[in-house]
Design a protein around this ligand. Structure first.
Ligand code: ADP
Ligand code: MG
Length: 831
């Protein structure tokens, strides 16, 4: 127990105004004094007996030039130290508004050097925690504001408090032992200085926001910032709980001076009331033989009961302003301090026993005593350990290993069987750990574990965990890539099989073969399947069975002649190449991993052999070390390979993903273009057909009918507009390129020759295009590439040419007559 009167200090606030006459005397051995000299005032017209000099004694007086760090060192640090030792401590600032209470307790808002007692104390406490490894501390913080006899929790983070009333109200409770409890006051744990400072900031912000000019809470309220400490020596059952209150009291000015009515007066009265009660408590405490102390008269005195005349080391800072006009208040502040200085406190070490820890300790003691006893009586056992006993021992060893306390002992008693069993258990555990027993019971060692083991000497546990995770992730990546490749292969095979079926059964087999040779099926499928495999991110390309045979054919040609074709092809080729590379890399990674494992086994063998030789005393250290070193180096090398290959694989994956995205986008665009073109084509055909039908019925020439023909009598220039959006073939010089316009079968008149052409397989039709150059030469008029192609069959082609020639001469003859009813009617109804 420490008996001590409340320590009083005085701080003079710097001022630019005219100061009263004052002097600070710090030379005195027992402390310091502050003296105010008041000139005799005769202006009142009568001889007064006012004293000239007022002298007050303090532990120390800090004149205006003293900085915050000095204040902390002298006033707050000793209190913080006693709190660390397990005593309660309080520092409170008392003085009129504007005298520097908040500046002293919390600090100025602008400069770092203006930090007040609270932040400096927090910093100091956490610094001490980290220095003192013999104690484990936990810290909680509370911040209470008392305004008009109501308490508010300033650390309430839930509320965006715009008024003080928005904050949770704190209620005082007293238990049967007359201990004070504050309900609704949150105790926030703060693990470090930063968290504690954040809490201070939160509280001050709440305090600031809640304040309005009409309600200047900061000058009329008391603020109590409390650090709750709990310290414990590791392994000890004794807890030390202590509290440090840092108190910024309301302004101590008198009501008379406030001189305002209404709300403000009420507030002022309250403040003075509560400070008045504080004064009463202090007077009561300073008087000998007073049994009743009126703590309960106000909330503030109730909360600070321990700090005033109780179990606490308390320090008061009287803040004074030495401006002439504040002289009265300064003197009354000092007077108050003189009374406070008389109060004796009795600070107790707040030690308590943690029942749970105590029980554990006592149990250990009993066990130890029992063992001692059996040792003395020599009672030894030689039967085998029961299953139950073995299980118990295993639990004991586990608890022993898990306990962070370095002084924990494994109490087994004088039973050699148990001692032996625990030793062998420990040996097994250590060996398991050395062999990479990271919880994998099956004995297989993952590559991650391999790396982990080998690097554990040089890396920190955090690095190891990271590396381990990375490797597991990489392993997954490889298997995904390898799986993907396998699937591709299968799909390609499936496609080939399907293709073979089609070839056998379908009349268009040769045509398909032609088309597929231009676009290898595997390539095609692989991109499709990738887009499916990627979670269906892209729209699937609707093709194949969904398109009619004619449309499919049109699409194939459309695609082949599309302007993006080359880019798509390039990307496909690149993707294929990259996938192959990825497969190779995946294999390489696996190989590297296997080699690392192999080397590891060899290394282990070496070590075991060396240990065996060591026992027999027959090994040459230098030799063995060189061999081991060599293995180690090889392993390092392989690991580097593994890592770099992995890096490549990852980079490759990014590229593959990008390529896949590009392809998906191109596919979607191609399909969209085709659909647009197709529907445009279809609608314009409908128009031309209905037009043609209409004209034929009215007897007018239906010239539009033969849309595919470039032959004058067979078509008109307007027809070509129906296909104007068709992408131009990339290489128009290739005469064998089939003209897409020729694949609109319905628009072609069913002349015998033409329908014969249509009936022929694509292959033959394509060959007919070569023959069309022949037609060009033969024809009297120039035939465009879109003219009716020949069949390739000599007889049929001769018929066609004969027909065209005959038709031409007929047209020439009937030219001027405007109508050639016979042929036109034939054309109209031919279908
Ligand atoms: P109180 O809390 O007692 O009403 P404040 O701490 O708010 O007074 O101080 C009033 C003003 O004086 C503030 O602007 C503060 O920064 C300034 N101040 C007070 N004490 C000092 C000091 N020792 N050094 C510099 N400025 C001070
Ligand atoms: Mg203040």
């Amino acid at each position: 127990m420490v008996k001590q009167t409340i320590q009083i200090f005085c701080r003079v606030k710097p001022t630019t105004k005219t100061t009263a006459v004052y002097s600070v005397d710090s030379e005195e051995q027992t402390g310091a004094s502050l003296e105010f000299v008041v000139p005799k005032d005769l202006a009142d017209g009568f001889v007064n007996n006012k004293r000239e000099s007022y002298k007050f004694r303090f532990q120390k007086v800090f004149d205006h030039a003293v900085k915050q760090d000095d204040i902390f060192e002298t006033i707050a640090k000793p209190v913080a130290d006693s709190v660390l030792a397990g005593y309660n401590g309080t520092v409170f600032a008392y003085g009129q508004t504007g005298s520097g209470k908040t500046f002293t307790i919390t600090g100025g808002a602008e400069h770092y050097s203006d930090r007040g007692i609270i932040p400096r104390t927090l910093s100091y406490l956490y610094q001490r925690f980290s220095q003192d490894s013999s104690m484990v501390y936990t810290t909680h913080i509370s911040y209470l504001e008392i305004y008009n006899e109501v308490g508010y929790d300033l650390l309430d983070a839930r509320h965006e408090a715009s008024r003080l009333e928005d904050l949770p109200k704190v209620v005082i409770m007293e238990d049967p032992e007359q201990n004070i409890h504050l309900r609704n006051l949150s105790l926030q744990q703060s693990a470090n200085e930063e968290e504690a400072l954040n809490l201070l900031f939160l509280g001050d912000t709440n305090r600031m926001i809640a304040e309005t000019p009409m309600n200047q809470a900061s000058t009329r309220s008391h603020c109590i910032f409390t650090v709750h400490l709990c310290g414990r020596e590791p392994g000890s059952a004794t807890l030390r709980r202590s509290k440090l209150h840092l108190v910024d009291l309301a302004g101590s000015e008198r009501v008379g001076k406030t001189g305002v009515g209404g709300q403000l007066l009420t507030e002022a009265k309250y403040i003075n009331l509560s400070l008045h009660y504080l004064e009463q408590v202090i007077i009561a405490l300073s008087e000998k033989n007073r049994s009743h102390i009126p703590y309960r008269n106000s909330m503030m005195t109730s909360v600070l009961r321990d700090s005033l005349g109780g179990n606490c080391m308390t320090t008061m800072i009287a803040t004074v302003s030495v401006d002439k006009r504040n002289l009265d208040e300064s003197i009354s502040t000092c007077r108050f301090a003189q009374r406070v200085a008389l109060i004796k406190n009795e600070a107790l070490l707040n030690e308590e026993l943690d029942p749970a820890l105590l029980i554990a300790r006592l149990k250990r003691e009993i066990q130890s005593l029992k063992e001692e006893l059996s040792m003395v009586t020599g009672e030894q056992r030689d039967d085998r350990l029961t299953g139950e006993e073995i299980q118990k021992l295993e639990e004991l060893v586990k608890a022993f290993l898990d306990d962070p306390d370095p002084e924990v002992t494994l109490l087994l008693g004088p039973d050699m069987r148990k001692i032996h069993y625990c030793f062998s258990l420990l040996k097994v555990m250590i060996r398991e750990k050395l062999a990479g027993g990271t919880g994998q019971g099956d004995g297989r060692v993952s590559p991650a574990a391999a790396v982990w083991e080998d690097t554990q000497d040089s890396l920190s546990p955090a690095d190891l965990t990271k590396l381990k995770e990375m490797l597991t992730q990489r392993d997954n990546e490889i298997s995904i890539l390898v799986n993907m490749l396998k699937k591709e292969k299968k799909r390609a095979q499936d496609a080939a099989a399907q293709l073979a079926n089609i070839t056998n059964s379908h009349s268009l087999a040769s045509q398909n073969a032609l088309r597929l040779s231009a676009t290898p099926p595997m390539e095609e499928r692989s991109t499709d399947s990738i887009s499916a495999g990627r979670g269906g991110r892209a729209t699937q390309w609707k093709r194949g069975p969904q398109l009619s045979m004619g449309k499919q054919e049109a699409f194939d040609i459309f695609r082949r002649d599309h302007e993006d074709r080359l880019t798509i092809e390039d990307n496909k080729a690149l993707l294929k190449q990259r996938l192959a590379e990825a497969r190779t890399l995946g294999e390489q990674v696996n190989e590297a991993r296997n080699r690392v494992n192999e080397l590891k086994k060899q290394l282990e063998m070496r070590r075991m052999q060396r240990a065996a030789h060591g026992v027999m005393g027959s090994y040459t250290e230098v030799e063995e070390d060189a061999a081991e070193e060599n293995l180690r180096k090889q392993m390092e090398e392989e690991k580097r390979t593994y890592k770099s290959t992995f890096g490549c694989l990852k980079a490759l994956r990014t590229e593959i993903e990008h390529l896949q995205l590009l392809l998906e986008r191109a596919k979607v665009k191609l399909q969209k273009d085709f659909q647009e073109w197709w529907s445009q084509e279809a609608s314009s055909l409908q128009v031309s057909e209905s037009e043609a039908t209409g004209r034929c019925q009215t007897g007018r020439p239906c010239q539009n009918l033969l849309s595919s023909s470039g032959t004058p009598g067979f078509g008109t220039p307007s027809v070509s507009s129906t296909v104007r959006d068709f992408p131009a073939p990339r290489d128009s010089s290739t005469p064998s390129a089939p003209d897409p316009r020729s694949i609109v079968p319905k628009s072609v008149p069913a002349s015998t020759a033409v329908s014969a052409w249509l009936d022929k397989p694509q292959e033959e039709r394509e060959m007919a295009f070569t023959a069309s150059s022949e037609l060009r030469a033969l024809s009297t008029t120039e035939l465009s590439s879109s003219s009716i192609p020949l069949t390739g069959d000599q007889q049929t082609d001769a018929d066609i040419l004969a027909f065209i020639r005959a038709r031409q001469s007929l047209l020439n003859r009937t030219d001027e007559k405007e109508s050639s009813h016979a042929s036109l009617t034939w054309l109209c109804y031919a279908e």
